[in-house]
Design a protein around this ligand. Structure first.
Ligand code: SF4
Length: 401
């Protein structure tokens, strides 16, 4: 069981609510030069199509800020301007109509300049993320804490928050990112106790997949399981579309937000009568293209232990030599020849996913509802007890389809 969500205030970033029980939103960041409007918009659209709720763009130069009006107008998702050092760029971004600002504590050093930005943001109802990063903390603060500790991160973030609050500004979310997963978790736990602002989760500089994925899944996943976190970015040294896919899978794995497929696949072993890894990769690739509503699909590598898992998923296949046994919503559909396995599995997945989405829509349930557990295997039947069942299954199956 997951812990209850930490109570927090709610802010609104463009069309997206953050905090106070709102759906945990997925963010990513473009890696184009923001001044290249065409390339940036193509990437924003790719991220939004994949499921990003909010996209951040870097604004290091005036040319980037000047590109923002066109980008904001055509993005289709709320845009956050990532600002470092220059309050003028923050003001230009606000003028351009961005829906959010990210400021790094301490790197706009003049309090008066920060206050000018805050007043402008308040007038425009634009929330600000106070985003502290272990790598860019104030040196004196780091020296006092003996390193970029969780306490140093939290102190830095809350110091900046106080300046914003002095201006009567509370449209705030906070992040305290660290590249060390244990320190990141500790920092967010501290922060969650110290404030009720919504929190933006992330492991900074997590690196390329698979290590970046693992670090992010552990860091973000641990906190989400504890009820901490209101919006998130998986930082990967990769195409940012991979960040969005990873974020969706983290939320899906925890049963927090169902927005994509859940692929259950056996690891293969000496019993497998076909290349399970290749089969699973093929299914995975096709599923990513299909962009189905939430559905659970099982790919199992043998006729011994496979049918149990395949039957427990929405749609599943237990592959055997030259053929596979197809299941749909717990019912055996029949044998399919090896060269039809992927197509048959996916055809069935489309049917089931569409029917489920329709039923949920009719019941007034949104697929993004928080806390709703995905349809999943009921305890997994990958074991000895299943073999008897299986023998029955194998003798009762229909003709190949
Ligand atoms: Fe091995 Fe079959 Fe289990 Fe896959 S389902 S790991 S092939 S026993």
């Amino acid at each position: 069981m997951l812990a209850e969500r930490r109570p927090s205030r709610r802010i609104r970033l463009g069309t997206v609510d953050i905090g106070d029980g709102a759906a945990i939103s997925i963010q990513s960041m473009t890696i184009t030069k923001t001044e290249d409007i065409g390339a940036t918009l193509i990437q924003i659209h790719a991220l939004a199509t994949q499921g990003a709720d909010i996209v951040r763009v870097a604004v290091p130069h005036e040319a980037d800020a000047k590109a923002l009006p066109m980008i904001v107008a055509r993005a289709g998702v709320p845009i956050v301007a990532d600002i470092h050092f220059s309050y003028r760029l923050a003001l230009l971004a606000l003028e351009a109509g961005v829906q959010g600002l990210r400021l790094n504590p301490g790197n706009i050093r003049d309090d008066g300049q920060i206050r000018t930005v805050v007043r402008e943001a308040a007038d425009r109802h634009v929330p600000i993320r106070v985003g502290a990063n272990a790598g860019s903390l104030d040196r004196a603060l780091v020296a006092r804490h003996g390193g970029p500790t969780p306490e140093a991160l939290v102190e830095s973030a809350l110091g900046e928050v106080r300046i914003l609050e002095d201006e009567g500004f509370t449209d705030i979310k906070i992040s305290v990112k660290h590249q060390n997963v244990a320190q990141m978790i500790a920092a967010y736990r501290l922060l969650a106790k110290a404030t009720d602002y919504p929190l933006h989760l992330g492991v900074t500089e997590a690196g390329p997949p698979p290590t970046g994925l693992i670090k992010s899944a552990i860091g973000i996943g641990t906190l989400l399981a504890e009820g901490i976190g209101d919006t998130m970015r998986v930082s990967l040294t990769a195409d940012p579309v991979e960040e969005v896919k990873a974020a969706k899978h983290i939320l899906q794995s925890l049963g927090i937000r169902r927005s994509t497929f859940d692929l259950v696949a056996c690891p293969s072993c000496g019993r497998a009568e076909l290349d399970v890894v290749a089969l699973t990769k093929q299914v995975m690739g096709r599923l990513e293209e299909l962009k189905l509503p939430p559905v659970q699909i099982a790919v199992m590598g043998c006729e011994v232990n496979g049918p149990g898992e395949a039957r427990d998923a929405d749609v599943g296949i237990a592959a055997g030599p030259g053929r596979g046994l197809l299941f749909s919503r717990g019912r055996q559909i029949g044998w399919v020849p090896a060269d039809r396995m992927v197509d048959a599995l996916l055809e069935e997945a489309v049917k089931v996913a569409t029917a489920k989405a329709q039923a949920e829509a009719e019941a007034g349930v949104q697929s993004g509802v928080q806390g709703q557990a995905p349809a999943g295997p009921q305890g997994g039947a990958h074991g000895e007890a299943l073999e008897e069942d299986l023998t029955r299954d194998l003798t009762a199956v229909a003709d190949p389809i």
